[in-house]
Design a binder for this molecule. Structure first.
Ligand code: FUL
Length: 500
């Protein structure tokens, strides 16, 4: 009955004389914009992906016990920093390396909370010294990030080996969800919450000393949690269990050369993490977590940082392969990053700045074999490739899935890298391309060695000499470089091309 009344009302509305005017007021597609290729990213996923390269800070009870996974029975007094933990020092050091933000572990699997939570006594409130008692990592981390103009987020472990309630509904509603809510008091502009996949197993559990198994898909009431977090923190991507970004699946800082931002949510991330799925139903971009030191996630005595050259290679194999890179930099017992770590982060920053200093695409004459017809207030010309505007892009007409972009210079330029970015708000499209250079203007040589030039996605960086490990060898001197898109799901849309 209700439906009949609604339908009748709708028919009456359609018959109103104003209807034709309404249609005229919204003409079809004045800007001749390409239709999206679904799935497409949400606004918060777009904002998140722009962060590209950020830090992980594993610091907490394990820093003082020397283990990677605390059992949950550690005395609170064991947390006794030898100085005041200093998130501003952490973030300043990673900013120098070119990182745009960071995620601080505020509770690991051992359950010890690095802020004065109301949900448990297992927190800094009962730490072993004054430095410990005054510690409040989420508060100081968020404040430092805001001061430095960086993004921030928190890692709060769903698995809690300390809580007597773990495994029951009470843990979820009165401990875990409340902890997530408490963290929002330190800032609602968090860009990512890390919900780790390690869940359930043996632990102290308030003295039960037992094994608890949970089904992580259902136990944490994730849809409800996701909705509640988004109401308070609208740009916060929920990683992992939260289902908004996927684990690349190795912890080596290596994404697949072919890497789709699309995935089927049911697929085990462990299986397909490096590559995504070309025909995935969800926008689920990859994040690669990796360590910048040679031991665990937490600081261990005798640990040393990897070289800046190795970290640069990780950057090429993650950010340069359509993934984000979250690089772990563990503070030591003083609550600060050691000098050796800070030194390597500085060197990495210098490498990134120097190697991507001069963008020769901006000095080139650019010709396209095809360009989409302009609309009333938007054009799709090649100047959009080099204007540093993330909202403009070069495109071809609908149905044109192959095209060549040719960059030429009067004088030869020393070239090493090509960076490509698709305009992903309308979906990831490109599935094949080729890069060639010419020294004399007539003979073209394929570049990139045996690297698969399949997907582009948000960002792809191709070392022209074909090696991510030794990408900064002799430059290729060229008077021309051309990129041929050989296959695309629909007309290709490129937001940026840079040539270094
Ligand atoms: C894993 C955890 O179990 C490790 O301890 C670490 O936090 C890493 C980033 O994620 O799943």
């Amino acid at each position: 009955m209700k439906q009949t009344i609604l339908l009748t009302a709708a028919c009456a509305l359609l018959a109103l004389p104003g209807r034709a005017q309404l249609q005229d007021a919204v003409p079809a597609n004045p800007d001749n914009e390409p239709v999206p290729v679904h799935p497409v990213p949400s606004h918060r996923q777009q904002v998140w992906q722009e962060t590209e390269f950020y830090a992980f800070f594993h610091y907490g009870m394990n820093t003082y016990t020397g283990v990677e996974w605390g059992y949950g029975n550690e005395a609170e007094s064991t947390f006794a920093p030898t100085g005041a933990p200093d998130p501003e020092q952490w973030l300043t050091a990673v900013q120098a390396a070119g990182m745009k933000g960071g995620i601080a572990v505020v509770k690991h699997h051992d359950g010890f909370c690095l802020w004065p939570t109301e949900t448990t006594t297992h927190s800094v409130k009962n730490a072993g010294n004054d430095y410990g008692k005054q510690t409040n990592i989420p508060r100081d981390f968020a404040a430092a990030a805001k001061k430095l103009g960086m993004k921030y987020g928190f890692y709060v472990s769903p698995w809690d080996r300390n809580s007597e309630h773990y495994g029951t509904d009470k843990y979820v509603s009165e401990v875990f969800l409340r902890q997530c809510a408490e963290l929002a008091q330190y800032g609602t502009d968090q860009f990512e919450m890390w919900f780790d996949g390690a869940n359930g197993g043996d632990g102290y559990y308030g003295g039960r000393n037992t094994t608890v198994s949970v089904d992580r898909e259902t136990y944490y009431d994730i849809p409800n949690l996701r909705d509640s977090i988004h109401k308070v923190c609208p740009d916060c991507v929920m990683w992992g269990v939260g289902g908004e970004a996927r684990w690349i699946g190795n912890e080596d800082g290596e994404a697949g050369e072919t890497n789709w931002c699309t995935e089927n949510r049911g697929s085990a991330p462990e299986k397909n993490g490096m590559y995504g799925s070309e025909n995935g139903w969800f926008w689920l971009p990859g994040e690669s977590d990796a360590k910048m030191t040679n031991q665990g996630w937490f600081w261990h005595d005798g640990e040393s940082p990897l070289t800046a050259a190795r970290l640069f290679q990780m950057y090429l194999e993650t950010v340069g392969r359509n993934a984000t890179l979250i690089l772990n930099c563990p503070p030591d017992k003083s609550g600060k990053l050691p000098n050796a770590t800070v030194g390597v982060l500085n060197q990495l920053g210098t490498l990134l700045r120097n190697r991507f200093a001069t963008d020769y695409a901006k000095q080139a004459t650019i010709e396209a074999s095809a360009t989409r017809a302009a609309g009333a207030s938007r054009n799709y010309g090649t100047s959009n490739l080099t204007d540093d505007d993330k909202d403009t892009y070069w495109a071809t007409d609908d149905g044109v899935k192959e095209a060549t972009l040719t960059f030429t210079w009067d004088e030869a330029k020393p070239l090493r890298y090509v960076e490509l970015m698709e305009f992903v708000p309308k979906g990831q499209r490109i599935r094949g391309f080729r890069i060639e250079t010419t020294a004399d203007g007539s003979t073209w040589t394929k570049r990139g060695g045996s690297i698969q030039t399949t997907t582009v996605g948000y960002k792809r960086i191709i070392p022209l000499n074909g090696s991510t490990a030794n990408s900064y060898g002799a430059a290729i001197n060229a008077k021309g470089l051309r990129i041929t898109i050989t296959d695309s799901k629909a007309c290709p849309l490129l937001r940026k091309i840079a040539i270094y």
